[in-house]
Design a protein around this ligand. Sequence first.
Ligand code: C5P
Length: 206
Amino acid sequence: MIIAVDGPTASGKGTIARALAAHYGLPHLDTGLLYRAVGRQCALNAADPDDPRAALVACAFPDGLLADPELRSEATGGLASRVSVHPGVRAALYERQRTFATRNGGAVLDGRDIGTVIAPEADAKLFVTASVAARAQRRFLEMQAQGRTTTLAEIETDLAERDRRDRERSEAPLRAADDAVTLDTSELGRDEAIAAALAIVEARTA
Ligand code: C5P
């Protein structure tokens, strides 16, 4: 069984994907981490993330970089969204994601284009969304817990900018697949969101 979980930043898709993976005993891939690693590698190379060639070079990041805590920062998220507009970068990361999605026994992947590009044949597709205000508040609390200094206003501006870039890019823009079920988590707590996601997958795969 392949489960695709797409949606914007801080919508709760990562939490939901991890919970679904644990529930069904499936491996989970956070595909945003791959784009974050490319963005981070660009910074380490002192390269311009908006330059398609420099971003492509950064796709050869060492696997060890995936464990770098800096990957979780807002700054790296911004770099990830800039490198992810390049078709060459998306193509370079495609095989790794596709191989994961099609492994025996199934998988859960979360990202922006899992249901539309990486695994269009997924058995269940969720499009997890939430208002900018709800997402900014969650991200703010996460950042505070990690001891990172930032303001709610900064996060809101950053989220809105990243949403715009992810939605407007020509290659694999963020959008719900036609056969995805949309789950709005603005008013839901963590457990409620997970329960709602499970109910959707159960209904889809029954
Ligand atoms: O999900 P996360 O915030 O970690 O993703 C960081 C950035 O990577 C996103 O803003 C998006 O631009 C890009 N991304 C993507 N396709 C994916 C996953 C992430 O373009 N499948």
